[in-house]
Design a protein around this ligand. Structure first.
Ligand SMILES: [Zn+2]
Ligand SMILES: [Zn+2]
Length: 254
């Protein structure tokens, strides 16, 4: 299994892209602005999109993807999300006002887009790749994902603040190799991190102290303009876990 980071920033500008990962050639984990770097031929191969939550930085490329490749494909793109997230996408994004409802285009029987409901803890298996939604604690309904190749697992927290139920699940992942965890704000913005249900470096350290398994730790969702400051603080607060910054175009093979 090959996971390529298409975007891992909290914002855009220069070479910054918002959250998206390409799993093999046919699956996306979130669909932020990083998806726009793929060639049209690559975009046309995307069959599945797993969505952590409805925020724009995680879904903004779904409308353009549907519009760009719909006519090239003979089967729908499946959006896998919780019932709550699907309801938000239908009501607030694919509502004919912000964007057409591609679940009805060209017609409801052969749509460009279809939805599949996912449930916390229930694994979806696609060609031997196992994706399991994990608990997240964010301002809208949200999940993280365990991605399990059989040989090893990568856990992606999605957007979350302090989250004890997540650690109960992560501590059960016997083949855990990688943990990608957000740290959206620097320590001086801790109040904002709490209000917007994200993490800052001191909160990250508290969260990592609940992890009972060894894992390579990667930090994502850093705010543009505060990247160096936040990573310095991460290294101070959470040194014993040796966290590294997740990189655009980084590839995980597992
Ligand atoms: Zn969010
Ligand atoms: Zn986000």
């Amino acid at each position: 299994m090959r996971l390529k980071i298409l975007g891992c920033s909290g914002g855009i500008g220069g070479n910054l892209r918002t959250t998206s990962m390409l799993l093999d050639h046919d699956m996306l984990i979130d669909a932020g602005t990083g998806v726009g770097d793929l060639l049209v031929a690559e975009l046309s191969l995307i069959d599945h999109i797993f969505v952590t939550h409805s925020h724009m930085d995680h879904v903004s490329s779904i409308p353009f993807l549907a519009d760009t490749v719909g006519w090239m494909r003979n089967k729908p793109i499946t959006v896998h999300a919780t019932a709550e997230t699907i309801a938000i996408l239908k009501e607030h994004l694919f509502n004919w006002l912000l964007w057409p409802d591609f679940a009805q285009i060209p017609d409801a029987k052969n749509p460009v887009l279809r939805y599949e409901t996912i449930t916390l803890g229930k694994t979806v298996e696609l060609n031997g790749r196992r994706i399991t939604p994990l608990p997240a604690n964010h301002v809208v309904p949200a999940v993280g994902f365990r991605i399990d190749s059989g040989r090893a697992s990568l856990v992606f927290t999605g957007d979350t603040t302090t989250n004890d139920p997540l650690w109960r699940e992560v501590n059960r992942v016997d083949n855990l190799r990688y943990l990608i965890i957000e740290t959206a704000f620097c320590n001086s913005e801790k109040d904002l991190a709490i209000t917007s249900k994200h993490l800052c470096p001191s909160m990250l350290a508290e969260e990592l102290s609940k992890l009972k398994r060894p894992a390579e730790i990667y930090i994502t969702h850093l705010k543009p303009g505060e990247i160096e400051l936040t990573m310095r603080e991460v290294e101070e607060c959470a040194a014993k876990w040796k966290p590294r910054m997740l990189q655009h175009s980084q590839v995980f093979e597992f």
